[in-house]
Design a protein around this ligand. Structure first.
Ligand code: TRP
Length: 348
């Protein structure tokens, strides 16, 4: 994405941020996650916390567990059920309220998936091939470019537009998909009838949450602290993270990525600044730093982990939340598909 269009997206996003509190009733938020494993602190500080904030502001909120997106670049769905249920548990433990927020999966909502056909007709081959995120993901996966990976941004447009989502909290890497969604909505409305909003990305997540090695936190880098990790596992992960030999702790993202990632992790959990924490530890070395970070993380996550443990005891309830979410998502998707059929003269 060009710097220009990033700046334009950022401007629109900032304007919406201001308007959210004034006119919460104007907004429908849709966002989601791929159920490929447990949610970690990067997800929490990057997006989940923001979703809970929007939900509690009274904005209409929907969350998709994007199960069909798992097979864009993987050959197996062996763990998918466990991942999906655990994702529901993680959401609820973090404060997503199923009374307010619809939680659902792709595979349970046929009408959402059916939007893919008219939407694909609105995209050209070169548009699809141009998407920089698709290219990056294909390279990282080491797989050939599957048809689904190439077209998943269009599928993501179905996720957003089936419920007429108009705000999508996303990281910068997902902006090309929002652009694609806006194009699809615009073209559909021009060609047939005005059915869809042109959604905006909410760029609240422009901080990159560092993993334990200073790179972006990601399960595939092995640098993530899962919300579901025990305090002991958390301590172990932090203990083995790579720092450096300088005992004097300072915040220097470029020069000292390991030390700085630990400082940022503690800063997120305590609300203090990295510089402040570094000054307090001073010559205490990385041992003292790691002890402080472990305590901060474990204290911060304690109530989430407690709720998680309680929810894990209530398997029936978790399934019920998902069934009810799927039922409500189907209602919305069916109504939208009816409008689409009408707009396309396909009511027989
Ligand atoms: N692709 C997103 C991710 O990997 C997950 C996702 C699926 C999503 N559908 C979406 C995000 C719709 C926003 C809107 O994080």
């Amino acid at each position: 994405m060009s710097v220009d269009s990033f700046e334009a997206s950022k401007k629109r996003s900032d304007a919406i941020q201001e308007d959210l509190a004034v006119h919460p009733e104007k907004y429908v938020m849709l966002t989601g996650d791929r159920p490929t494993g447990r949610l970690h602190m990067g997800h929490y500080f990057g997006t989940i916390k923001e979703r809970v904030r929007l939900q509690d502001m009274g904005i209409t909120t929907r969350i998709i567990i994007a199960d069909y997106q798992v097979i864009t670049d993987r050959d197996t769905t062996a763990n998918i059920q466990d991942n999906v249920y655990n994702m529901v548990v993680d959401y609820l433990a973090c404060g997503i309220d199923p009374e307010k927020t619809i939680i659902f999966t792709h595979s349970a909502v046929p009408a959402l998936n059916q939007l893919m056909l008219p939407f694909l007709s609105l995209c050209t081959e070169s548009e699809l091939l141009r998407n920089p995120t698709v290219k990056a993901e294909q390279e990282a996966s080491g797989h050939a470019l599957t048809g689904l990976l190439l077209t998943y941004p269009v599928h993501q447009a179905c996720d957003i537009l089936f419920c007429k989502g108009n705000i999508v909290p996303v990281g910068r890497d997902q902006l090309p998909h929002i652009e694609q969604t806006r194009n699809i909505a615009r073209k559909f409305n021009e060609r047939y009838a005005n059915v869809f909003p042109e959604p905006e990305g909410l760029l609240t997540l422009d901080v990159v949450i560092p993993g334990l090695d200073g790179r972006k936190m990601s399960k595939s880098y092995g640098n993530a602290i899962a919300l579901s990790a025990t305090p002991e596992e958390t301590a172990k992960l932090i203990k083995k993270s790579k720092t450096d030999a300088d005992r004097n702790i300072t915040f220097d993202r470029e020069g000292r990525p390991g030390v700085s990632a630990l400082l940022t992790t503690a800063a997120l959990c305590t609300g203090r600044t990295e510089v402040d924490i570094a000054a307090e530890i001073g010559d205490g070395g990385s041992g003292t730093l790691k002890k402080y970070v472990t305590e901060s993380v474990n204290n911060y996550l304690a109530p989430i982990r407690e709720r998680r443990a309680e929810l894990l005891e209530k398997e029936g309830y978790i399934k019920e939340v998902l069934h009810e979410g799927n039922r409500r998502a189907n209602e919305i998707a069916n109504a939208t598909l009816d409008e689409v059929r009408e707009a396309m003269n396909m009511v027989y």
